[in-house]
Structures are given as C-alpha cells and as structure tokens.
Design a protein around this ligand. Structure first.
Ligand code: NAD
Length: 378
C-alpha cells in the first residue's frame, strides 16, 4: 500500500486508445522518483511496451485497479488523453498529450480536471528534457524509414555483386525538423543517398550536418521561421509555387518521408495529385503528417493507398510500433517534468507564472484548492 507520508501520489494508467502500446512511466523512472513520489500503477499498464507488473513492483510501485488508482492519485500520467476522463473524480490533475484538441477542454472543465497538455510545453532550453514531442518525433523519423524500406521494392545500399551492380536508393525528407533529420540519419546508415528540404532557413545547415544534400527548389521562397523553432504558415500562392518547384526534385526519389507541420494548422500540402502523377512508379511516400491532414493529397490516416504505382503510407502512431524505447523516452521526459513540478511540500506546484507550468496549463482556471487525494483505505 502507498505510504501515508506527504509524498505526492501519482497514477500510471493503462492506455486504452486503439493500437497504443506505449506507457507514460517505466519502472526505472518510478525507482528514480521513489524518494519523492509514491506510484500507483494500473495492472498491466506496461505490458504492451514490455514492462511487467513485477518490474513496477520491484521499483517500489503499488499495482492496483484503474478505479482504485483514480480515487487515490493526486496526479495521473498518461500518453494519450484517456477516454474515461468523464467519470473521473473532480479536481484531479492529468498530464498527457492532446492539448491541441479544443473539444477536450470542455470535458475537462466540466469535470474540473486540470490538464497539463504536453503539446503546449514551451521550446526553451530548460524544458528540453521534458519535450515529449521531440523524443517521439525522433522515434517516428526512425520508424518511418523502416516502414518505407519494407514497402520499397529496391534496396537502400549500393550493391556490387557478380550478377551486376545496384545503385543506392535516393531518399528525401520534406520537413527537416526532429523527425525529418532522424529519418535522414537512419536512411543514410542504411546506405541511401539522402536529401532534405525545409522552409526554415535554419534547417539547411542541420540537413547538411547529417550528411544529406539540401534541396533548393527553383522558386523564390521567403524563409518561414516562426517562433520557438517552429515554421510559420505560407500563403496559398507560396504553397502552390513550392509544390510545382518541388515536383521535379521528387521525381528522382525512391523514398519520400514527409514531416512538414505548422502547429495548430492543417499540415501544408506538398504533394498534390499533379506531383503524384509525375513520380516514378514504385516510389514510396511515408507521410508523418497524416493525422493533421497529410502532406500528400492521397494520404489516408493509418492506410496504405496506391496511386499510379506510388505507395502512400499514412501512419499516425509510429512511436507505438517501437513501444519500449518510445516509452523509455516519454517516461524520461515526464520524470523531468514531475521533478520540476514538485514543490517544497512534496506536492504539485501549479502556478501560471512559471515559464514551463504556465504554458502547459494554457487557458485553464486553476482549482480553488490544490487537489488533495482522499485518505487511503486501510
Ligand atoms: P514540426 O513537427 O512542427 O514540423 C516539422 C518540420 O516541418 C519543421 O522543421 C518545419 O519547419 C517544417 N515545415 C513546415 N512547413 C513546411 C513546408 N511547407 N515545407 C517544408 N517544411 C515545412 O517541428 P519540429 O520537428 O518539432 O521542430 C522544428 C524545429 O524546432 C527543429 O529545428 C528543432 O530542432 C527545434 N526544436 C527546438 C526545441 C527547443 O529549443 N527546446 C525543442 C524541440 C524542437
């Protein structure tokens, strides 16, 4: 049973979203936080990611039912926004993804659940260790190349054999942020000739630093550096000019990984049907922006679509396919965040004027009193 000291009680719930195998906190981080936080873990929460109940128990956590956990924990950590939040007790605190979905805000306000939305984490140096978007994007970039490689009918490296030689595959990442750069690095290790493109001027040097060629589409484009390292949205005319200028560059590629995103907006359309018709049959596109509308016109979330011999993959949760390491990184981010949030009294310190907690809270009104978990039954 959890201790009756003043330590914060945190709950780790099992993910219920279809296909989600990650877990928000892994046993080694439970152990590392042992002196400051008492952990309750829902039975089986870590199993899909390869972390057993026994490993959590050995790390000092108490395994329990979801109901008991929700009744006792002062803070719940999760990967995805839990679908049963409607039935939670009032004044709970939830730390999870999904803060860009406005529909959820109403549900949360109704239940008076305070949500620390991980997408709202500010991109400042102090918060880097807590940045789940970056850690999961790195895993997604890696996994996108593996998915593309399995779908391609050509090999990545140059092969010289007695039967003849094979040229290395040509790969490009459109959008050279965290996911795109990791995709380039992964494809390069597999032997592909790599390329990258981004509308942020700063990305050029980063593309070159991972050994890829930066592609310069033949059109005049203003650099679209937004705030916090993100890109700003282009005008409709700029987007159309970019699409037409990119098309000839893409025609010579075998693998195209698209990762272009503009926070809070539909993903920019980089590959329309005209470009698709000009690609070489056998080309594979892995569109990591599938969930926010797709960078390719033919993308369907979580489907593989074939158009004129081009296969377009729209995976929406690649980190879950590498659940053990994706959870390891997610959990490390949350451990760092919890350490930041803990006050001198051992409880969560939620203040809107903190440079990290403030943005995570967004526009939410804080509960009148800090959430105090009910007494633990004997
Ligand atoms: P993201 O997932 O929002 O977008 C992916 C990429 O798409 C970005 O590089 C963006 O410039 C690009 N893009 C947007 N519109 C495009 C278009 N029309 N054509 C081509 N590319 C387009 O961004 P991200 O990968 O999370 O991060 C972007 C940058 O922020 C990176 O340079 C990263 O290193 C930096 N970053 C900084 C911090 C920090 O300082 N704490 C944390 C995370 C990331």
């Amino acid at each position: 049973m959890p201790s009756s000291s003043n330590k914060l009680i945190a709950g780790v719930i099992a993910e219920r979203a279809h296909g989600e195998r990650r877990v928000a906190m892994i046993p080694s981080d439970v152990k590392r936080l042992e002196s400051k936080v008492t952990f309750l873990v829902e039975h089986g929460a870590g199993h899909p990611a390869g972390f057993t109940d026994e490993a959590y128990a050995l790390a000092g956590a108490t395994l329990t039912s979801r109901e008991a956990l929700l009744a006792q924990a002062g803070v719940i950590v999760a990967v995805r926004f839990p679908e049963d939040v409607d039935s939670w007790r009032e004044n709970g605190v939830l730390i999870s993804l999904a803060s860009r979905d406005p529909a959820l805000e109403a549900t949360l306000a109704k239940r008076r659940v305070t949500h620390l939305g991980l997408e709202r984490l500010p991109r400042i140096a102090r918060a880097q260790s807590m940045d789940v978007l970056s850690s999961q994007a790195a895993i997604a970039g890696y996994a996108a190349v593996l998915e593309g490689a399995r779908s391609l009918d050509v090999v990545f490296p140059m092969l010289t054999t007695a039967a003849g030689s094979i040229k290395p595959a040509r790969m490009i990442a459109l959008g050279a942020g965290v996911a795109g750069l990791q995709a380039i690095a992964t494809a390069r290790r597999l032997g592909a000739v790599t390329h990258g493109f981004d509308i942020r001027e700063a990305a050029r040097e980063q593309v070159e630093s991972v050994g890829a060629k930066f592609v310069h589409p033949r059109t005049q484009l203003a650099s679209a550096d937004g705030s916090g390292g993100y890109a700003a949205e282009q005008t409709a005319d700029e987007q159309e000019r970019l699409r037409r200028a990119l098309a000839p560059e893409l025609a010579s590629m075998q693998l195209i990984i698209t990762t272009a995103q503009v926070p809070g907006r539909r993903a920019p359309l980089l590959i329309d049907k005209v470009t698709l018709s000009a690609l070489t049959p056998g080309t594979v596109i892995v569109d990591l922006a599938a969930e926010s509308g797709g960078n390719c016109e033919a993308t369907r979330p979580d489907e593989i679509v074939e158009v004129a011999g081009v296969r377009i993959h729209g995976p929406t949760n690649l980190p879950s396919t590498v659940a053990t390491d994706a959870s390891r990184l997610f959990s490390g981010n949350l451990r760092s965040l919890l350490e930041h949030l803990l006050g001198a009294d051992g409880q969560l310190r939620l203040t809107t004027d903190d440079p990290i907690t403030g943005p995570l809270l967004g526009n939410q009104a804080l509960p009148q009193t800090a959430p105090i978990p009910p007494p633990i039954p004997a």
